[in-house]
Design a protein around this ligand. Structure first.
Ligand code: ATP
Ligand code: DGY
Length: 465
């Protein structure tokens, strides 16, 4: 299907635009014994060290090494299992861990090594912390007496219960020694500069990778409330409950963060702008509707399919209503821009962000495959035109699968889709469907700026405009 190719090409181009090497190269410079980031200068007086964790830090670290040259003394970064290829560096130690984005022994060993490295640093040293999405799973160091298994199990349960990243990371911060500012505290007295590639809506530095260099204070009451909301507090291991109820010893507010700078160096805005540029080059009309999508997969699939069907019908009033009811912030003038489109010609609507999904079934899948199949299942075949929809994660990994997401069309018939949706088994569905051609599979991309959703609407009956 030619539409599939167009959307896949746009997605691949968008992912390329957020490669960490490009972002670091643009944002980080070394001039006259200073490290420059976004017009802020940090003196390189003595030795410079780097640590990092997340799906994008492999490329970030290699590019940082190129920029720093002999200023870099040593770096230690933890990267997802499966991402590592042939990269060579005499100064950077890469540790692979967190298979399927879950904390494991390897990631914890990496976290311990990072802890030891930063504890050794002195006042004159500069520590650069490379942070990207997926960093939470790659920097696990549970507060004693919590074990890694206990922490991993509760985070997995919370994620499958449909918790938002805000909820998930508020809990993680309280259960971990390095999250929620813990890493920066241990690095004191050295100066700390965190370079952060955002994978959370609105770029909250305290939540991305659970904010290891951001002061967050004591949020144990919030964590208890969140676990209770998902019925996970009462059944939580005693170790977790005792940590959440213990007095916040080192959690007091002080001047420990005065030498810490947290800087966002990129986010999904870059990817949506690139998507738009590529769509225009492909002759499509295009509107970026929102890069702050946060809703359930079910609600979103309903909104997207309604939107597409009403665009095909040219029903402007209904289109406005659907857009106004979306529970997240839209781009300025998104509604006017959609209504200003020529609805007799193909239109691409771009959305980006991170939906949530409560996983109740036993199957295999991810939220992007679930969203794509749910949209397909709701689309009616129509004489007025075709709808094509792509949903995929820019990290190349959707849940515990080897697909980034999926692409669907109103021209195909999705028999039995509801059963697979109910069992959260969309990977199995797409494996059998259309010879597997509806998967978006690109492997680990080495970056991560949340998910992209492309809704392409092509009328085939020309209406009078
Ligand atoms: N069988 C399944 N079907 C659909 N979604 C699933 C299934 N199993 C897990 N998920 C979803 O996968 C998501 C977790 O996947 P993953 O850890 O890759 O998320 P992520 O947000 O990309 O991670 P990060 O933000 O740390 O980069 C959760 O939203 C969870 O609900
Ligand atoms: O690692 C994490 O916590 C998530 O990807 C959000 O940054």
């Amino acid at each position: 299907m030619s539409n599939f190719k167009v959307l896949r090409d746009i997605f691949n181009g968008a992912v390329k635009s957020v490669q960490p090497t490009t972002i670091i190269n643009k944002q980080v410079k070394v001039l006259e014994r200073h490290l420059w980031v976004n017009n802020q200068a940090f003196p390189l007086t003595k030795a410079c060290y780097a640590v990092g964790f997340g799906k994008a830090v492999l490329g970030m670290a290699l590019e940082l090494e190129r920029a720093l040259g002999s200023h870099l003394e040593r770096a230690l970064v933890t990267v997802p299992k499966g991402i590592f290829h042939e990269e060579q560096s005499s100064k950077i130690d890469f540790i692979e861990g967190a298979k399927d984005n879950l904390p494991d022994k390897e990631a914890m060993e990496g976290a311990l090594k990072i802890k030891h490295l930063v504890e050794e640093l002195g006042e004159e040293d500069l520590l650069i912390v490379l942070i990207s999405g997926g960093g939470s799973a790659l920097l696990p160091l549970p507060r004693p007496p919590i074990t890694l298994e206990e922490k991993c199990a509760i985070v997995k349960e919370l994620s499958r219960s449909g918790a938002t990243i805000q909820e998930l990371n508020t809990v993680r911060q309280q259960l971990s020694l390095l999250k929620g500012g813990g890493l920066a505290k241990l690095a004191k007295p050295c100066r700390v500069v965190s370079l952060i590639l955002s994978d959370v809506v609105n770029d909250p530095v305290d939540l991305i990778a659970s904010g290891p260099t951001v002061e967050i204070g004591d949020k144990s009451a919030d964590a208890i409330e969140i676990l209770s909301r998902y019925n996970l507090y009462e059944s939580a291991p005693i170790s977790i409950r005792s940590v959440l109820n213990s007095p916040p010893e080192s959690k007091s507010k002080d001047d420990q963060f005065e030498n810490v700078a947290n800087i966002i160096i990129g986010n999904n805005r870059i990817a949506v702008e690139e998507s738009r540029k590529l769509a225009l080059q492909n002759g499509l009309q295009c509107v970026i509707v929102s890069n702050k999508v946060e809703d359930t997969v079910e609600n979103l699939s309903q909104a997207y399919s309604n939107l597409a069907q009403n665009i095909l019908k040219g029903n402007l009033q209904k289109i406005q209503q659907i857009l106004e009811q979306l529970p997240f912030k839209l781009e300025p003038e998104a509604i006017e821009n959609v209504q200003g489109l020529c609805l007799n010609k193909p239109v691409l609507l771009i959305f980006a962000g991170e939906p949530t999904l409560k996983v109740t079934g036993q199957g295999k899948g991810g939220r992007n495959q679930q969203l794509a199949l749910a949209v397909a299942n709701k689309l009616e075949r129509s004489n007025s035109g075709t709808v094509t929809f792509l949903s995929a994660g820019t990290d190349g990994v959707d849940g515990p699968t080897d697909a980034a997401g999926a692409i669907v069309s109103s021209e195909l018939i999705y028999e039995n889709a509801q059963n697979y949706l109910d069992d959260n088994d969309c990977y199995s569905f797409f494996e059998k469907f259309n010879n597997g051609n509806c998967f978006v599979k690109i492997g680990h991309t080495g970056t991560n700026v949340m998910d992209l959703h492309y809704l392409l609407i092509e009328p085939n009956v020309r209406r009078n405009s």
